[in-house]
Design a protein around this ligand. Structure first.
Ligand code: HEC
Length: 130
C-alpha cells in the first residue's frame, strides 16, 4: 500500500531530472550570443547618441541623406571646419527643415556633433584606410 502511493511521486522526480537535463542540452545547443555580423552596426557604435536620436532620421548615420535632407558634402564640411558646422547646427539653415538646435542641445553636445560630422567619411572603407 505504502509503496504504491509513493510511485507517482518517484515518476515526477525522474521526469523533473530529465527535464532539467533536456533544458541544459537545449541551452548549450542554442545559437551563440554575440553581435550580429552586420558591418553597419559597428559604425553605429561610434555615432554620438544625440546624432542617432535627433539627426540620423534626416541625415542618415553616415551623412548619406534621406528624403528629408540631401547627403552631406563631406569635402565642403571639412573645408568650413567645426566652428562653422557648430554654427549651422546652433542656428539651423533658414528656409529648410533644419531647425536651430541651440534650444535642444548644449554647446558641448553641438561641438561633439560638429566634430563627428567633420570627421565623417562617406564610406566605412575610406575611414578604415586611415
Ligand atoms: C527634419 C530633418 C532634419 C533633422 C532632424 C536635422 N537636419 Fe540638419 N539639415 C536638414 C536640411 C533639410 C538641411 C539643409 C541642407 C539639405 O537640404 O540637406 C540640413 C543641414 C544641415 C547641416 C549643414 C549642411 C551643409 O552642407 O551646409 C548640418 C551640419 C546639419 N544639418 C546637421 C544636423 C545635425 C547635427 C542634426 C541633429 C542635431 C540635424 N542636422 C538634424 C534637415 C535636418
Amino acid at each position: 500500500m505504502h509503496d504504491r502511493n509513493k510511485r507517482p511521486y518517484r515518476v515526477l522526480v525522474i521526469l523533473g531530472v530529465l527535464l532539467v537535463l533536456l533544458l541544459s542540452v537545449v541551452r548549450c545547443a542554442g545559437p551563440p550570443a554575440g553581435p550580429p555580423a552586420n558591418p553597419a552596426l559597428g559604425q553605429v557604435g561610434a555615432v554620438p547618441a544625440s546624432y542617432a536620436a535627433l539627426c540620423s532620421s534626416c541625415h542618415g548615420y553616415a551623412g548619406e541623406g534621406s528624403n528629408y535632407a540631401s547627403p552631406f558634402d563631406h569635402a565642403r564640411l571639412q573645408a568650413i571646419g567645426t566652428d562653422e558646422i557648430s554654427r549651422l547646427i546652433r542656428e539651423g539653415v533658414p528656409g529648410t527643415t533644419m531647425i536651430a538646435w541651440n534650444r535642444t542641445l548644449s554647446a558641448a553636445q553641438i561641438e561633439e556633433l560638429a566634430v563627428f560630422i567633420a570627421e565623417m567619411q562617406p564610406t566605412t572603407s575610406e575611414s578604415e584606410a586611415e
